[in-house]
Ligand binder design. Structure first.
Ligand code: FES
Length: 238
């Protein structure tokens, strides 16, 4: 990275990082252009109060929308420490995934848009879901995974969203979450995001759901976190 690129990364990251200097330096040292800062957004409960760690039942999947009003993400308390890992892409690029947050470092967040063909949870149904340890997939027999039933893409939420099996070529993008005084903020996206393909592919659906593409693409500064089963009518497991 030359000096000009470095400064570009610094200024992008700095937007999100009027925050904790350690996050800032970790991001800079490890990401090589794989981290994109978006508006810093507070995670809140449905009543509008800040989400606290104790609100997240272990292995329950929660949904929120970040960085855009229409782009769904999953928040999961995996119940145990999740360590940072290096995530390697097929083109040889590597980035450092930050691991879990919270007192046990067990809380992780990912984009819920499948990296294969952008299947995503809607209010009607969801093909892409988290399978807790006690509810393995009937087909793959795997648990503790995020699995997309559209074409059986499997991702590992303990390993930065790495692809375990199936057709996805890249890991799930992760949401970088920061904890400050017991509150949680989303500050950016790490990895290969699918937002442009998502907006191109679902123009009609998004226009119907949000009134316009501009509305669907509004950046958020607050994210309501709710249980997936409350948001999605039919959670499709396979
Ligand atoms: S769209 Fe998810 S595996 Fe194909």
């Amino acid at each position: 990275m030359d000096r000009r690129d470095f400064l570009k990364v610094c200024s992008t990251v700095a937007v999100a990082s009027m925050i904790d200097p350690s996050v800032f330096s970790n991001m800079l040292s490890a990401q090589e252009g794989m981290f994109k800062a978006y508006k810093k957004a507070l995670l809140v409960k449905e009543d509008g109060s800040p989400l606290r760690e104790e609100d997240l039942k272990p292995h329950n999947a929660y949904i929120f929308f970040y960085p855009y009003a229409s782009t769904p993400c999953y928040l999961i308390n995996l119940g145990e420490e999740v360590k940072p890992v290096d995530v390697k892409l097929k083109d040889g690029k590597t980035y450092k995934w930050q691991g879990g947050v919270g007192s046990k470092k067990s809380i992780v967040a990912y984009s819920a848009i499948c990296a294969h063909q952008w299947s995503y949870p809607t209010k009607q149904y969801s093909f892409i879901n988290y399978y807790p340890p006690d509810k393995p997939s009937e087909i793959t027999k795997k648990s503790g995974v995020i699995q997309c039933c559209a074409h059986l893409g499997l991702y590992d939420p303990k390993e930065g969203g790495k692809v375990i099996d199936g057709p996805p070529e890249v890991p799930l993008a992760s949401v970088v979450i920061q904890e400050e005084g017991g509150k949680f903020y989303a500050i950016g996206i790490l990895g290969v995001d699918q937002f442009n393909r998502f907006f191109e592919t679902y123009r009609r659906e998004l226009r119907e759901a949000y009134g316009s593409i501009a509305k669907a693409r509004e950046l958020v500064d607050r994210c309501v976190v709710m249980e997936v089963s409350k948001y999605v009518k039919q959670v499709i497991h396979c």
